[in-house]
Every structure is written in C-alpha cells, then in structure tokens.
Design a protein around this ligand. Sequence first.
Ligand code: MNH
Length: 476
Amino acid sequence: MRRHWSGHRLPRIPGGTRLAGDLEILTSRPAAARALNWVRDERPDMVEMRLGTRRVTLVPGARLAGELCDPKRFTKALAPGMVELRQYAGDGLFTAYSDEPNWQLAHDILMPAFSKRAMIDYHDIMVGAVEQLCDRWQSSDGPVDVTHDTAKLTLETIGRAAFSYEFGSFDSDERHPMVAALLRALYTSGQKTKLGSVPGGRVLGPWYDLRNREHQRYADDLLDELIGRRDGLGAAEGCGDILDLMLSTRHPSTGESLSQRNIRYQILTFLVAGYETTASAISFALYYLAQHPDVLERVRAEIDDVIGADAAPTFDQVPRLRYLRRVLDETLRLWPAAPTMARTAVRDTVLTETTAPGGYTMRPGDVAVVVLPLTHRDPDVWGEDADVFDPDRWLPDRSKGRMPHAYKPFGTGERACIGRQFALHETMIALAQIVRRFDLEPEPGYELDITTRMSLAPRRFRLDVATRERSPVAAR
Ligand code: MNH
C-alpha cells in the first residue's frame, strides 16, 4: 500500500490519544473548542485528524483552499459519508464520481432546470409554500420551532417544483413516511461511516442495512411509482416539472437519456441535498435578524420600499432586495450549511500555497477537506472581526480586491451546487415574507448552538413571532 500523502508528516492537533485518535474532537464540545483555538493560534496549512483507522486531512486557511479550487489540478473527492450515501443516491449528481458517465449526462440534462430563467416557473410555488408557513405561524400560540418548520417549508417547495408532489407538511404534525425514510437513510449512512473507521467495524454494516430495509423500500417504491406513472405521458400532458424534463430530454449531442433508476437517484438527491441545507440558511438568517434589530429594520425598510407592506414579492422584485441579499451572503459566510468540500488531485501535483519548504506533494487518492466555516473566517481575508455578523462587508467597495475563492458556500467548479439559484431565490422569498409579516423576538437567553446532520443548523432555535404592528417602521 502506498503511503498517505507521499509520507509527508502533517501536523496534528495536540491532545489525541493512541486508541481513539482525535475522535474526541468530534464527540465533545470542549475538545472541539480547544482544537479550534489551537488551529486559530497556530494557523497550520493542513492538519491531520485520526479517526480510528481513518486519516482525514483538513485545510483550515483560505490561501490553500483557494489553490484547491484550481479545476485543472483538482477535482471533487467523495468523503466517506458520501460514499455510504451512494447506497441511496447512487450515481445521482451529488454522490457521483466526476468520471462516471451519468454525472455529465445528468448535469447537461438538468442544468436548464436550475437556470435563473427556470426560477420564474418555481416562483409561485415558492411563494405559496412560504405563505403556508406564515399562516401556520400566525395561528400558533407560543414560540415556533424555526429549524423544524423551515425544513417543512423547503421540503414542500422542492417536492412541488421537482415532481409536483405535496408532502402535506403543514397539514399535520406527523412526519410523512418519506421524510422518515430520508432521515433514516442519512442516519444509516452516518452510522456506517463511523463503523468504517473502527477496525473490523464494517461487519456490522449489513445489520444497519437490515434495520433500514423497510424504509429504503418505501422510498424507492414511492419514487418508482411516481416516475412510472408519469413516464409515457408526453411532455405536453406532464406537469412541466423537473421530473418531466428528466423523462423527456435526450442529450443534445449523444441522444442518451436518463434511466428510470438514475431519475430516482436524482429525485432522492434533490430531497437530500435540497431541503435541509436551504432550511438551515433560512434559520441562521432568522437567527441573525432576531439578534440584530438594526439590521432587521433596514431589511424591513427595503422590503417596504421595493415591495410594499401588503404583497408577496414578484419575481423581478427579488433581486432588487440588495440589502437582504447581503444579509444572506453574510449568513452563509458565517454558517455555510454544507460545511466541507473534499478535493483530490487529478495527477501528481505540488501544493505551493503552504509554508512547508518545497510544498506538499498531493497525488490522486490523497484527499484534502476544505473546512468552509474556517475559510470563511480566515482573518487574513476577513480581518480580525471575521466572527462578527456584518452584512455591509458585502458592499461593492468593501468586497473589491478580496482574495478570490475565499467564499465558497456552494462549492466550486463543475461540481458546484446545481441548486444555488433555487436555494437563493427560495431563501430570499422566505425571509422577505417572514420579515414583512412578523416581529421576531428571540427566546430570552438563547445561545446559538449548532446541530449537524447532513448540514449545519441552529439547534433548538425558537422564535416568538407576533404579527407585525402595521404602524410605519419609523415609529418603533
Ligand atoms: Mn447544493 C452540491 C451547498 C441547496 C442540489 N451544494 C453542493 C455543494 C455545496 C452545496 C457546498 C458541493 C459539494 C461538494 O463539493 O462536494 N446546496 C448548498 C447549500 C444550499 C444548497 C449551502 C442551500 C443554501 N443544493 C441545494 C438545493 C439543491 C441542491 C436547493 C437542489 C434542489 N447541491 C445540489 C446538487 C449538488 C450540490 C445536485 C451536486 C452537484 C454536482 O456535483 O453536480
């Protein structure tokens, strides 16, 4: 077996033990905080974490992260958790290896469904789902669970836009079995990922699969039935959604089309990649708005100015909410919902944006994981107040000349997020509508706490939402 990273000795965070390695960093908050402080003081180019038998190379700084964005030398690697997810999402866009034929095929077929132009078709769906959320909040007594309810919102939106399916999330408090199946799939692949780092742990994998079998079958059957029912209808009789596009499009140059199974993988991918992440962005933004009344007031003034106090935004009004967009960009800087990006070398190459004399040799198979929350808070780029929420950092004057690639909430290159426009448009509408309709009171004493499933999200984050006083903003 060849040596990891050509035998370079990479720095390790102090405090690891021989048996468990650095596992404590992932399982104990104080250990994680100590590790973070060490990284911030020492500013290593790379650190190696040992998780059982597994070694993970992390890139904390923006300079090296920027180098790894070079598409000629590096490509997306699949972190172990992603490899496990392939059991459910196969060679769907998110979990495909870049050289698998279905990646390029699906990428080319699906791009039009995520273009700026396509958002016009989803606009009303997005507004409708947000209205349902707001109506629900309006009739609630007591604080609302933001992280939970925004996940309902984004699930409804992606379900309706992608395959014209309503999960009925706002009609009942019970989880739709599809959601249960999804969460179960994520949990199972998470567990199997952990097992993979314990010597001999893989033998327990089939046991997890067995416990998950019913859920997976339910999800597969539901989607296969949806796809089968739609297949054969001409595009004219279809719903004009992303499922129709996948069923009816042939690749312009090769004439190939997606198989039914691959279409199922794509839909599962949209559900997995598209709902928790967007919900997290909306939740974090609401957290910051509730914490910063001055920012909230400016957002409101802009909304009242661009849209007026009594209407939902039209498609053309959304990009005119420039200040709200800065709030969102700043939110995704501090808490990028999808916090890591794994890269590998396409051929042997030397990393030069390092302080190591002669740099580090990186070869195909070596993996470097860019830790986006650290890239996004590198003081060399963002200044000593990098941890401070300040939307005006994104004013054109202040962004000018900033190191390129120091901000990558949607990944990079050809494997960057295909749903970026979708997520941004949906988030902007959701924030505009919520801020227009409600006053946001944080729960007294709430301290931001982060939970990780697929994505980062604020844990147990509740808000008191009172229907907004209709008096002019200035009267406050
Ligand atoms: Mn999304 C890839 C972040 C919303 C569908 N997404 C990525 C990557 C990041 C990311 C980062 C790159 C991962 C990697 O390099 O391994 N995504 C986000 C964030 C949001 C988001 C922060 C919301 C905010 N994503 C969405 C939505 C959808 C979606 C909404 C679909 C409707 N994302 C994808 C798909 C990919 C992806 C599909 C994989 C694209 C590819 O590799 O071709």
